[in-house]
Design a binder for this molecule. Structure first.
Ligand SMILES: Nc1ncnc2c1ncn2[C@@H]1O[C@H](COP(=O)(O)OP(=O)(O)O)[C@@H](O)[C@H]1O
Ligand SMILES: [Mg+2]
Length: 267
């Protein structure tokens, strides 16, 4: 006999956000009733202009920004102060500024993903089990980091190489979901495409769902299975890249020349 889940969400969503609300102290409402559901293995882009609330939403999903109202459900577990530690291990995070420790080697940065929250001085001397070392090397090879860089400090890597390490680190705990916050915003257009390509390919290979915030329309069109448009803290579009026509873009970015500049369409 199969058991019925105790809540109303379908059991197979990797992430369900329900009626999320957030206002920073003395500030405007940044998330204004956001609800969404991410299916296993899908590559979703959260598309919105700067200030639309993308970072706040992603940070609330990993429990770094407490919501004023609403719930976050990760693989069937509601995010609470008690469940945060476990839930965080089920999510890989990729950052715009790579989020690496420059004093640690590429491999140490990846292995550090198994012990989030430890200070750098402890990570420097941390002895990782053989299986973690092997997994880190395998992931670094999978993301295409040249062998000569694996045991060198991250400070010597290019931006593209750093984000390859960032993606390997996001995968080290075998997550079901990766949150990527503008992962290519600090990279040149060519490298940005290579890194988006890699993120999509590795996520698909490992069966990991991705929620990736972007402000570039063309990158969103190229890489997303699904696009969620965010404007002023509200979801104003949820559909396929093929549905992203001028009307939808105006809904997401507004029609003002300052908010819908041609530069936004450049990858
Ligand atoms: N820690 C904070 N304190 C006060 N306001 C903030 C804070 N973080 C973000 N904001 C404001 O919230 C709004 C949404 O920001 P953010 O979530 O960073 O959007 P995005 O990532 O889409 O650019 C912006 O107006 C921003 O100024
Ligand atoms: Mg942001």
């Amino acid at each position: 006999m199969t058991s019925t889940p105790s809540h109303s969400q379908a059991p197979d969503a990797v992430l369900t956000v329900d009626a999320a609300r957030k206002a920073y102290p003395a500030g405007p409402t940044v998330l204004d009733g956001v609800s969404l559901r991410i299916e296993p293995g899908s590559f979703c882009v959260l598309l919105g202009a700067s200030g639309s609330g993308k970072t706040t939403l992603l940070r609330s999903i990993i429990g770094l920004v407490p919501l004023d109202a609403g719930t976050i459900d990760i693989s069937g577990t509601i995010l609470t102060p008690k469940s945060i530690r476990r839930s965080r291990r089920e999510i890989g995070m990729v950052h715009q500024d790579f989020g690496l420790s420059s004093r640690l080697t590429a491999a140490q940065n990846v292995m550090a993903g198994t012990a989030p929250g430890l200070p750098v001085w402890r990570l420097l001397f941390q002895a990782y089990p053989k299986d973690v070392q092997d997994k880190a090397c395998e992931l670094l090879s999978r993301v295409g980091l040249e062998e000569g860089h694996v045991n060198r400090p991250a400070s010597g890597l290019s931006g593209g190489q750093k984000q390859r390490v960032g993606i390997a680190r996001a995968l080290i705990n075998g997550p079901k979901l990766i949150l990527a916050d503008e992962p290519v915003a600090s990279l040149d257009p060519q490298t940005a495409q290579e890194v988006m390509d890699l993120l999509r390919r590795t996520a698909k290979e490992q069966g990991v769902a991705v929620l990736c915030s972007l402000h570039q329309i063309s990158l969103s069109r190229t890489y997303a299975d699904r696009i969620i448009g965010l404007r002023k803290g509200k979801i104003v579009f949820d559909g396929t890249p093929g549905q992203l026509g001028p009307d939808v873009l105006a809904r997401i970015f507004g029609t003002g020349r300052e908010t819908f500049a041609p530069s936004m369409a450049v990858a």
